[in-house]
Design a binder for this molecule. Structure first.
Ligand SMILES: CC(=O)SCCNC(=O)CCNC(=O)[C@H](O)C(C)(C)COP(=O)(O)OP(=O)(O)OC[C@H]1O[C@@H](n2cnc3c(N)ncnc32)[C@H](O)[C@@H]1OP(=O)(O)O
Length: 407
């Protein structure tokens, strides 16, 4: 049987269940009904593309409407790309390529200045102009690890409560903290459901507890314990899904609480690469940090995206930008900003100082990757000496970007 040409279009509400089915199949997952319901609730059909082979939906992806915190300006609109999937029996026929092209054009037309995603595999998205904008640190801190004597955990008492009790406080604290952390995205009711959905099959097979909720007046920790009674001593592991502290004391108190849970050996959790836990520990080597790729960013429209944030140092630089997928970005642009101000971005005929592609612009956008790193990696060409350093200083943020949930 010969395959039909692939066609890409946005979905109707009636087509969403078939799309969800493709997504879970592609991710090799057997979802519980709660997972299916949660994923379905967060999708907007008109921002969800399907790829069709004839009448058959064989792949697709969605663009969640979110706001991501940017350096200096707080939450700004972002297309949070998620649920990118092609059925296992239709791979390497160009379905993803079609999807990416359709998404970028639709973002350009609907006014999304930039897009962001978490990649399942790091080799997928560079070819579509996404740059590695942030890293993710997986921490593994041994049970009982001591803190520096200066660390104050104050007297905020931590209590374990059920999900319904925890949710209002978590909503409130997340809403307060997210706008101050670069890379964090806002959460709707539906995104909380996706985050906290219990996958019954997975819990059974991994012998893990349900999510537990430890709350503090100024923070919370969501965690589960993965049980291991196999050796003489219990070797359970604490897996922290999210530890949020609105104050340093609350953050320290929550980590202390997790590190002191009986029957366990280690606390595991993801955070920014510059998370305070590194410096809170008496023995810095106890953080067990393993760094991997985190947020990927795609600049959809250079002249709308770059003014969305402020810059850490004055800059006046001319960029020669390559962008075959979004030709409206290609060409020479002058970027001018004052310290702590937004940038003006204009087309120019001036000689370029730096030559780069959309990937590199995406990589530096959140302040997590420097222009100088990319010059050293031979990804940016410095045509005017000193301009890479100036651009690095301007694009730097106050801290490393990270997003606690993998949307
Ligand atoms: C934001 C997110 O949702 S991340 C989740 C991504 N989804 C998954 O990982 C689920 C499992 N995988 C899949 O569903 C599919 O394999 C996808 C979506 C990754 C790729 O879909 P396909 O339709 O096979 O990709 P397509 O045929 O368009 O390939 C385009 C190019 O990317 C390359 N490519 C595709 N997948 C991968 C990969 N996993 N690793 C490296 N390269 C890849 C192809 O080789 C091809 O390269 P070429 O242009 O040099 O020939």
């Amino acid at each position: 049987m010969t395959a039909s040409p692939l066609v890409t279009r946005t979905l109707t509400a009636e087509e969403i269940p078939a799309f969800i089915d493709v997504v879970f199949r592609a991710f090799l997952d057997d979802p519980a009904p709660e997972n299916v319901a949660a994923e379905t609730a967060q999708l907007e059909p008109h921002r969800t593309h399907g790829v069709f082979d004839g009448d058959e939906l064989i792949g697709g992806g969605t663009m969640l409407t979110k706001r991501m915190t940017l350096p200096g300006t707080g939450p700004q609109p972002v297309a949070a790309v998620s649920c990118v999937a092609v059925a296992p029996d239709h791979r390497r026929r160009g379905a993803l390529t079609r999807l990416m092209r359709a998404q970028l054009h639709s973002q350009h037309e609907s006014g999304d200045a930039f897009a962001a995603l978490y990649a399942s595999e790091g080799a997928i998205y560079g070819r579509f102009g996404y740059g590695l904008a942030g890293h993710r640190a997986a921490f593994a801190v041994p049970r009982g690890a001591a803190f520096q004597s200066t660390v104050d955990i104050s007297d905020g008492r931590i209590r374990e409560v059920d999900k319904e009790t925890a949710l209002p406080l978590m909503h409130h604290l997340h809403g307060k903290v997210a706008p101050t952390r670069v890379g964090w995205v806002d959460r709707t009711k539906a995104s909380w459901q996706v985050l906290l959905a219990e996958n019954a099959e997975q819990l059974r097979s991994e012998d893990a507890t349900k999510w537990r909720y430890a709350i503090h007046p100024e923070g919370y920790a969501i965690y589960q314990v993965r049980r291991n009674w196999s050796s003489r001593k219990p070797q359970h592991e604490v897996h922290a899904k999210e530890v949020l502290g609105a104050t340093p004391q609350a953050y320290a108190a929550l980590w202390r609480y997790l590190l002191d849970i009986d029957l366990t050996t280690v606390v595991r959790g993801d955070a920014a690469t510059d998370d305070p836990i590194i410096h809170m520990l008496s023995d810095a080597a106890d953080n067990g940090r393993q760094v991997t790729d985190g947020l990927w960013v795609r600049i959809v429209d250079i002249d709308r995206a770059l003014p969305l944030r402020t810059y850490s140092a004055p800059v006046d630089v001319v960029l020669a930008v390559e962008d075959t997928l979004c030709p409206w970005n290609a060409g020479t642009w002058r970027i001018v900003a004052e310290a702590d101000g937004p940038a003006t971005v204009t087309r120019t005929d001036a000689e370029p100082d730096l030559a780069l592609s959309a990937r590199e612009l995406g990589a530096v956008f959140l302040g997590g990757t420097t222009v100088q790193e990319l010059v050293a990696a031979q990804r940016v060409r410095e045509l005017t000496p000193g301009k890479a350093r100036a651009a690095s200083r301007a694009f730097a943020g106050d801290h490393q970007p990270h997003c606690p949930e993998k949307f």
